[in-house]
Design a protein. Structure first.
Length: 213
């Protein structure tokens, strides 16, 4: 987690993150909190189908909040990593950021990330085929929510990345699940589905203040 002892706002935001105690109560005993967030770095340059969409893509994923805290969890066999972030933006900025993210997922079926000399392809999966029935999930949370699943990498070595974004006023929740992409009847999928469901019941409720502990 990230916290500034001289600024009470990050401490306030940290209370909106899931904790290890919350995991135990949610049936997620298989997960432990990492010493530092796994996704605490700036995103690499990305390229979409057109210069306009490339600009939107990089603006959306490179957006910086006024205040932000993050944490990550990993299951016992390291097959699933869950990243969670809670941020606070200046008035109106959270809604604008969500609009950019919605446009990315609506208009960009795929894009590439440049990491060193490698070009990694990211493909957005049809929401109907993703875990947790994302379109139904979106209707459950906050002022607005957005959930999408992506496949990143080359066939046979792809990572599955499912992200839920929830906006509540000028604050936003980012909840991301990372695992290897497997067949729907694979052991990976069998482990992922219940974990996603449990985190979807826990993290947004904690963020929105409806979690009862």
């Amino acid at each position: 987690m990230v916290s500034d002892p001289f600024d009470p706002a990050p401490a306030e935001l940290e209370r909106l993150l899931a904790s290890t105690d919350d995991l135990a109560g949610a049936g997620l005993d298989d997960f432990t909190e990492l010493a530092s967030p796994s996704s605490d770095e700036d995103p690499p340059p990305m390229t979409a189908q057109t210069p306009e969409l490339t600009a939107v893509l990089n603006r959306a994923f490179g957006d910086k909040a006024a205040r932000e805290v993050r944490t990550s969890f990993m299951n016992a066999d390291s097959s699933i990593v869950v990243d969670e972030g809670v941020s606070e933006r200046v008035p109106g900025a959270a809604a604008a950021w969500m609009a950019d993210m919605r446009r990315v997922y609506t208009e960009c079926a795929s894009w590439t990330m440049s990491i060193g000399d490698d070009e990694i392809t990211v493909q957005v999966v049809d929401p109907a085929d993703g875990p947790g029935e994302p379109l139904k999930v979106e209707q459950r949370f906050g002022d607005e929510a957005l959930m999408r699943t992506m496949l990143a990498g080359s066939p046979g070595q792809q990572a599955r990345i499912t992200t839920l974004l929830v906006r509540h006023g000028d604050r936003a929740l980012e909840l991301t699940f990372r695992s290897l992409a497997g067949d729907s009847d694979s052991p990976e999928a069998a482990r992922l589905a219940p974990s996603v469901s449990a985190f979807l019941n826990l993290a947004p409720a904690k963020f929105l203040g409806t979690h009862t502990g």
